[in-house]
Design a protein around this ligand. Structure first.
Ligand code: DP6
Length: 380
């Protein structure tokens, strides 16, 4: 019997992966760049276990047994077993859970697949690159296999061998970088990113412009901005890339809309704030949903959260409202609020906010008390 437990975090792209050139292998049409968040606040935790007594492969997700035949899961398992250095042919049990609500619409599959593959790689003693295996579970997951700022190179080979993720810099390179996730109250069922990407590639003319004329340069610029810790350039291109991803979605036919009115109010507030302080202090980015992720430097957090609380007053449950890291509170002047050209929203417009930072990537948990499976291989 052999058991491995690991945690891995979500990543938030600043250059979006949007569009596949091969849907089966999950090969993207562009390079993308993200930061992997600290495992402390938003992680998936996975235990994998093999034993000669197991009759079949099984998986439990957030407390419920799921279908192991899921093609993306099978892609990962098959490739892991092909690459295994040991000849372990025993069946595997997998148990995984998130420490954040899946319903919040955060990129839970990225953390989940990264965690699964990192755990399986240890179990099967795979030592070379595993990002291409992770990619075949969910594209963006390959960027969560390592910490810091990460680039997923699209590659050019048809079998995807060179479509792998690489670290640009570790988290320690830009330790001042902080992330605020604004979870928007939203009940709408959204179009999955896979369907959204496919429709965009097939029907958007603007997408061709993005791929040919915008991204090649933008990827280089933002990579350099990260290396040089140039926040202004980093922030401007992060904002523009998010807006362009949502523009090509709107250019799809029928159009795809992920952001809602609250998302647009957040965008307005951030531009109004940056203008009022006469500096680009906060960048926003949106994935396939209405929640905003903000990148900002640690020194900007107290003032900005004060501004956010003013324009988006927390709802009744304010003790539940702020999650993650703590920070020194400041009282902003009325003069600053007056300078910001934005409208105050109703209390509770945001469900909650999570304050976190860039992290070091997946972590193995050595303590047997951390395992999610008992000795019989069943969820604890
Ligand atoms: C908007 O990785 O969820 O978050 O490869 O089909 O599983 P699949 O898609 P997924 O797409 C994420 C898209 C995005 C942008 C990004 O993270 O780069």
């Amino acid at each position: 019997m052999c058991t491995v437990t690991c945690i891995a975090s979500i990543n938030i792209a600043v250059i979006k992966y949007w569009g596949k050139r091969d849907e089966m292998l999950i090969l993207p049409v562009n390079d993308s760049i993200s930061a992997t968040l600290d495992t402390e606040h938003l992680h998936a935790k996975t235990t994998v276990m093999t034993s000669p007594t197991f009759k079949e492969d099984r998986i439990w997700l957030n407390g419920k047994e799921e279908e192991i035949k899921n093609p993306r899961l099978q892609n990962c398992l098959t490739q892991i077993r092909k690459r295994a250095r040991n000849s372990n042919q025993w069946k595997v049990h997998i148990c995984s859970e998130n420490n954040f609500p899946t319903a919040a619409g955060l990129a839970s599959s990225a953390a989940g697949y990264a965690c699964l593959v990192v755990a399986l790689a240890k179990l099967y003693q795979i030592e070379d690159d595993i990002t291409s295996i992770t990619r075949s579970g969910s594209g963006s997951a390959c960027r969560s296999v390592m910490g810091g700022f990460v680039k997923w190179c699209m590659g050019s080979e048809s079998n995807g061998a060179d479509s792998i993720a690489k670290q640009i810099v570790p988290a320690s390179h830009w330790p001042e970088m902080r992330i605020l996730i604004l979870v928007v109250n939203d009940a709408k069922k959204k179009i999955s990113s896979s369907i959204g990407m496919k429709r965009t590639i097939e029907t958007s003319d603007l997408m061709q412009h993005r791929l040919k004329h915008v991204l090649p340069n933008r990827v280089k610029i933002i990579e350099q901005a990260i290396i040089e810790k140039n926040f202004k350039t980093f922030a401007e291109h992060t904002i523009k890339d998010s807006n362009q991803m949502h523009a090509v979605c709107l250019d799809a036919y029928p159009p795809i809309v992920y952001m809602n009115d609250v998302s647009h109010t957040i965008i307005n507030l951030i531009h109004a704030y940056n203008e009022a302080v006469n500096e680009v202090k906060v960048a926003y980015t949106f994935d396939a949903g209405p929640n905003a992720t903000l990148y900002l430097l640690e020194e900007s957090v107290p003032e900005f959260v004060g501004v956010l609380d003013h324009f988006f007053p927390p709802g009744i449950n304010s003790e539940q409202y702020r999650k993650g890291l703590t920070f020194r509170e400041v009282i902003n002047s009325q003069e600053l609020f007056n300078k910001i050209n934005a409208t105050r929203q109703a209390p509770g417009t945001l469900k909650y906010i999570i304050y976190t930072k860039v992290g070091n990537g997946p972590k193995y948990l050595q303590d047997p008390n951390d395992h999610l499976l008992n000795k019989e291989g069943l969820p604890i």
